[in-house]
Design a protein around this ligand. Structure first.
Ligand code: A3P
Length: 311
């Protein structure tokens, strides 16, 4: 496999679990000032699995469907990204990466600002992470966790667009598929991430959802989340959240579509919320790639009983 990018060279395998990690994450546990709170709610996902959608739904549920408050602040300020401060190499003496130089130092997005904001934030906090719960602080693993999985074919395509956009990936799509299937991407293996949480799905502190389920039965999912976080909704509130988190409204909603980050970094594509389909892979994967994915699913997921309707 020929790499057209040095992107993957900076990643390491982090024990336990052999997940592919940014080496910065090794500093997380030692250095980050983070105190787990009793009423924290975590949303854990492999990237591009419906994190943002679920975050916005859950935040609205936890805040009495106050959509005006939801629109008034960006999602990153309302629901923190746990490992964000460590996504960029900021070792002492090292020059800041170009992407960081473009950021506003006062913004939550500037690396180093998230951890203190999380500490100061009111409870209950809603915290996003792409770290599997096995790599989160031990205490956090006993708190409420919403895990969202998505079929690997759509995840891979969505991840590719994300890397093109945010991470300046310059390889081809076909190569990206190979990287995904070879478990070389950050936070991979996808299957390990999903299976780890699938095994915990019966735990009282775990709610396991899928992106496909959100598509098929959004009201059912909202009801599950509202029961899980203990915040009941009226029917009107449920309908308001369904509308507020519909694909079209989220795509044009500046508080969730990451447009502010795009603007800050001078990016033009505005594609964080991109296509929003379950089964979009049908228009993108070749027959051969689809067969490779089916083998991957057969090898890693078939025995678990986990089935994604759109694969
Ligand atoms: P696509 O790239 O396939 O469109 P994450 O938030 O975990 O990064 O996931 C991003 C994926 O969720 C993207 O998938 C994005 O378009 C999709 N998404 C975000 N909001 C959505 C919504 N309200 N409805 C459907 N899909 C949504």
């Amino acid at each position: 496999m020929v790499s057209h990018t040095t992107l993957f060279d900076k990643y390491v395998k982090l024990k336990p679990g052999d997940y592919i990690m940014n080496p910065q994450f090794l500093r997380l546990e030692k250095e980050m000032k983070f105190t787990v709170r009793e009423d924290d709610v975590y949303i854990s996902t492999y990237p591009r699995s419906g994190t943002t959608w679920t975050q916005e739904i859950t935040w609205c549920i936890m805040h009495n469907a106050d959509l005006e408050a939801a629109k008034a602040k960006t999602l990153m300020e309302r629901s923190f990204f746990y490992e964000w401060d460590y996504l960029f190499p900021l070792e002492e003496g090292q020059p800041l990466p170009e992407i960081v130089l473009k950021m506003d130092p006062n913004s939550i997005v500037f690396p180093g600002n998230t951890a203190p904001a999380m500490e100061k934030s009111e409870s209950p906090r809603l915290i996003k992470t792409h770290l599997p719960m096995s790599l989160m602080p031990e205490e956090a693993r006993t708190k409420k966790v919403i895990y969202v999985a998505r079929n690997p074919k759509d995840v891979c395509i969505s991840y590719y667009h994300h890397m093109l956009h945010f991470e300046e990936y310059i390889g081809s799509f076909d190569e990206f598929v190979e990287y995904f299937l070879a478990d070389l991407l950050l936070w991979s293996p996808h299957w390990r991430h999903v299976v780890e949480h699938w095994k915990l799905r019966e735990m009282p502190n775990m709610l396991f959802l899928t992106y496909e389920e959100l598509h098929q039965d959004i009201r059912g999912c909202i009801s599950k989340i509202s029961d899980f976080v203990g915040c009941p909704l009226t029917d009107d509130q449920t309908e308001a959240i369904v509308e507020h988190t519909s694909f079209d409204l989220m795509k044009s909603n500046k508080s969730v579509n990451m447009e502010n980050i795009d603007d800050m970094m001078g990016l033009k594509t505005q594609e964080f919320i991109r296509q929003g389909k379950a089964g979009g892979w049908r228009a993108r994967l070749t027959h051969e790639q689809n067969c490779h994915f089916n083998e991957y699913i057969q090898e890693h997921l078939a025995e678990t009983g986990l089935y994604f309707p759109e694969t």
